[in-house]
Design a protein around this ligand. Sequence first.
Ligand code: ZN
Length: 76
Amino acid sequence: MSLDFNSLFRDDTLDSACPECNSSISFKLSDIGSVIVCPNCKVEIKLNADDGFNESIDSLDSSLSDLENILAKLDK
Ligand SMILES: [Zn+2]
């Protein structure tokens, strides 16, 4: 098994509020960077992944791969 951000968290659901109608919207982490549509008012909402977010994922991924290496050694 491989530890990385996508395999661990991509199906996690986040809740937010529509900027137009303020109704609650849930989206998945894997939707970040794409456009979702509000189920209530149908407005398109762009989920921007800013540089900080991408850097966080990169550093998390490298931490996870370090952890994976440690676990692999313990396995032997
Ligand atoms: Zn809306």
